[in-house]
Design a protein around this ligand. Structure first.
Ligand SMILES: [Fe+2]
Ligand SMILES: [Fe+2]
Length: 132
């Protein structure tokens, strides 16, 4: 069973954000079944994808003058720091901790973040600038 099931309910209505979120969910779902040999590489891919997506979302927030951009950016920065920390643990060989982080923390974070900050941001982008 996937950690997160992608359904249209997860869409926020801005195609580029939805596409990136779908890719995030696909990558996340590959991690629990990955072998210890494949796990670090896949994790690095998910971290790089997140970094790219957050930057893209932040550009959209800037272009649409999203009023609470700083709060949303700070949350992205917090998660990127977390991903970096887990990547460090992986380099030290602690794959078990990284597996727990994926299934217990990052998955729940994604759904919460989508339901709150990303949802509100997407609504603002659609209201002010149309869809990207
Ligand atoms: Fe976000
Ligand atoms: Fe997002």
């Amino acid at each position: 069973m996937p950690v997160i099931e992608w359904t249209e309910d997860l869409a926020v209505g801005v195609p580029s954000i939805d596409e990136a979120h779908h890719q995030f969910v696909d990558l996340l779902n590959m991690l629990p079944g990955a072998s210890d040999a494949d796990f670090p590489g896949l994790f690095a891919k998910l971290a790089a994808h997140s970094q790219e997506h957050f930057a893209e979302e932040e550009q959209m927030m800037e272009r649409s003058s999203f009023p609470v951009i700083d709060i949303h950016k700070a949350e992205h920065a917090r998660v990127l720091a977390e991903l970096e920390q887990v990547q460090q643990q992986l380099e030290e060989g602690d794959i078990a901790a990284a597996r727990i982080y994926i299934t217990d923390q990052l998955s729940a974070w994604f759904v919460l973040h989508r339901n709150t900050m990303d949802y509100v941001t997407a609504a603002h982008i659609q209201r002010t600038s149309g869809s990207y």
